[in-house]
Ligand binder design. Structure first.
Ligand code: BES
Ligand code: ZN
Length: 631
């Protein structure tokens, strides 16, 4: 939605009331505000009651059973008791709880009563554990259920090497509870220790200290000594080997792709250095990247010390490494400073997209950073054109909804544009200083949008009221759309690609005379995205013949090309379409293709036929999305 007079009016009203508010508050107003703040901090996506009993540390002991596709073992929860009269409540989903014990000293345990609540399709079930007066620890014996949403069990054919099975977890947003009985809220922080038993020929690694020289014994131990949010607990098991990239970074991957991956991500050290220069020391000691099998549903996932990425990033030309910059940026925004609830998700992703862009600028220059920023702005506009107002709000209302419904371009791109607005208004130097201070102030803590707003007001807005008046903070945070005063995102290079697209579409220029071969992948993609919706068959053929688009190995470019092919019923690309959709599961890239297919009856039939083969290879997260499109 475009901003209109009404939203402008409300923004002014908000600013006005804010200005008049500060010193004239009555005591009950103050009280109301405090309880509002408590309300804001409450996580509606967790059954846990950390205000009375809070988990601080966990010890896991697991058997990874590939044959049964289950993890079986125990979790010891070390708790802090704030209200001694209250039980310990944790989240679960589909877990089979065998028994629960409690202990006061961590050595002798006695059985206790527990109650598993009713299973909700989104939230799972609460597990309420009765505690004794002196209880300090609770030990849950359990195994995971059949459809544990965080787990993907892969058969050998679904891996790069095709010889060994593979398991990986994806806990964000609320899937940790499907493999661990845990207070599954991003406002919680835990340290952990783990013992993991696997088949002898496989290696297990976690979002923890990993021993790069570990022998394959089938028993692996881990320690994460820095408190992390529960959605960042991660495990992978497979035929994995390690290659260092630099002093404190390296790659885990299956042997057949490890060399190529290490080469692709060789700039990682530079990225770490760039981020440190801007925002202070990297706090997690080691930064490793795990290359997953193709069904990994995301481009990347910022598990601490061990980013998980899609193998599709290994493109051969470093064209997709901005995802590494992004996941690395989460080491500050997200992992160090965490959104308190999923309503505040933009605090994770908006800051991270902003920092990602700054890293890209430091390492690859302003031109590339501008290109990527423009791509982001375009994504935001495209998505917002089809979106309900309520989803365009940064502080999104997720009441009664799955938190993943909030995972759109809005938190990422509107969030980062807001920060860009602050940067351009207050100047880079002041804003960088502010941001570094923010990461320090909130390190190893979580915060709400309201708390951020307060911190921002005190530490940036109040330092220069004239500048502050140019940034409609309330509108950015609490209203749909993008404020009209948002900074323009421009890229000469991308503009050029757009112009060329228009010219080619009008046949003012022949395919062979396009600067395609000299373009970066981002320019090529932008060219494709800038083409008119309908293109003649013979022109598509000309483009395809000249630049071998159907044969492209770049997963992002191919996704865009296949959308064009489907839209224009360009049959020569259909074998590749099927091959693409059955060999890669990154949701961001496959979803728009299925959406395009679903627009016509014939397309939908084609999609369904392909999906019969593809579905068993996809991750539950991708399955849920594609099921929704083809239902
Ligand atoms: N943390 C996200 C992935 C995520 C978000 C998982 C919400 C589950 C729920 C990750 O950092 C991310 O944003 N990945 C993007 C990368 C991109 C924006 C550079 C992706 O996978 O596309
Ligand atoms: Zn992210």
């Amino acid at each position: 939605m475009r901003p209109n007079l009404i939203t402008i009016f409300f923004t002014l009203l908000c600013l006005f009331s804010l200005a008049c508010n500060s010193d004239t508050q009555k005591p009950d107003e103050k009280r109301a505000e405090t309880s509002n703040k408590e309300e804001e901090k409450k996580d509606i996506h967790s059954y846990a009651t950390p205000q009375s009993v809070r988990v601080k540390h966990m010890e896991f002991d697991w058997d990874v059973l590939f044959e049964q596709k289950a993890i079986k073992g125990s979790a010891i929860l070390h708790i802090e008791r704030i209200d001694k009269t209250k039980p310990l409540v944790v989240d679960t989903r589909g877990l089979k709880i065998e028994k629960v014990e409690v202990s006061s000293d961590g050595s002798s345990f006695t059985e206790t009563k527990f109650e598993l609540g009713k299973e909700d399709p989104v939230l799972g079930a609460s597990l309420t554990i009765t505690l004794k007066d002196d209880t300090q620890q609770a030990k849950v014996y359990y195994s995971t259920g059949e459809n544990a949403t965080a787990l993907q069990w892969l058969d050998p054919p679904q891996t790069a090497g095709k010889k060994y099975p593979f398991l990986f977890t994806q806990s964000q947003s609320i899937h940790a509870r499907s493999w661990i009985p845990i207070q599954d809220s991003p406002g919680i922080r835990i340290t952990y220790k783990a013992t993991v038993r696997t088949p002898k020929d496989l290696l297990a690694i976690m979002s923890a200290k990993n021993d790069h020289k570990a022998e394959r014994t089938g028993t692996y131990t881990f320690e994460m000594n820095q408190p992390i949010a529960p959605y960042l607990v991660a495990l992978a098991v497979g035929d994995l080997v390690y290659r260092p990239i630099g002093e404190r970074s390296g790659v885990y991957a299956e042997p057949v792709i490890v060399e190529k991956a290490a080469k692709e991500f060789e700039d990682t050290e530079k990225m770490i250095a760039a981020a440190e220069k801007l925002y202070g020391k990297y706090r997690w000691e080691q930064y490793d990247v795990l290359i997953l099998p193709p069904s990994f549903p995301y481009g990347g996932m910022e598990n601490p010390r061990l980013t998980f990425v899609s193998p599709a990033l290994v493109a051969g030309d470093k064209s997709l490494v901005s995802v590494i910059a992004h996941e690395l940026a989460h080491s500050w925004s997200g992992n160090l400073v965490t959104n308190a609830t999923w309503r505040d998700f933009w605090l994770n992703e908006g800051f991270t997209s902003y920092v990602e862009n700054r890293i890209q600028e430091e390492v690859y220059g302003k031109q590339r950073a501008d290109m990527e920023a423009l791509e982001g702005r375009k994504r935001l506009d495209d998505e917002m054109a089809k979106m309900e107002d309520r989803d365009e709000i940064l502080h999104i209302d997720l009441n009664g909804r799955d938190p993943e419904e909030g995972s759109t371009g809005v938190p990422y791109e509107k969030g980062s544009l807001f920060l860009r607005h602050l940067e351009t208004t207050f100047g880079r130097e002041s804003f960088d200083k502010f941001l570094k201070g923010y990461f320090d102030h909130y390190s190893f803590k979580s915060l709400t949008t309201g708390e951020f707003e307060e911190y921002l007001t005190k530490n940036l807005l109040d330092t220069d009221k004239a500048k502050a008046s140019q940034v409609p903070v309330k509108e950015w945070l609490y209203k749909p759309g993008v404020p009209v005063s948002a900074p323009k995102v421009e890229s000469d290079v991308m503009k050029k690609a757009e112009e060329v697209a228009t010219k080619w579409a009008k046949s003012d220029i022949a395919a062979k005379d396009l600067p395609f071969d000299n373009w970066s992948n981002a320019e090529r993609v932008h060219f494709l995205r800038s083409l008119p919706k309908q293109i003649e068959r013979q022109k598509l053929e000309e483009l395809d013949k000249t630049y071998k688009l159907t044969q492209s190995e770049n997963a992002v470019l191919t996704s865009d090309w296949l959308i064009i092919a489907v839209r224009n019923n360009y049959e020569p690309a259909y074998p590749r379409l099927e091959q693409y959709l059955t060999s890669m599961g990154r949701r961001l890239l496959i979803r728009p293709i299925y959406e395009e297919l679903a627009k016509t009856p014939e397309g939908k039939e084609r999609a369904k036929a392909i999906y019969v083969k593809a579905r068993p290879t996809y991750h539950p997260i991708a399955v849920a999305t594609i099921d929704g499109i083809l239902k």
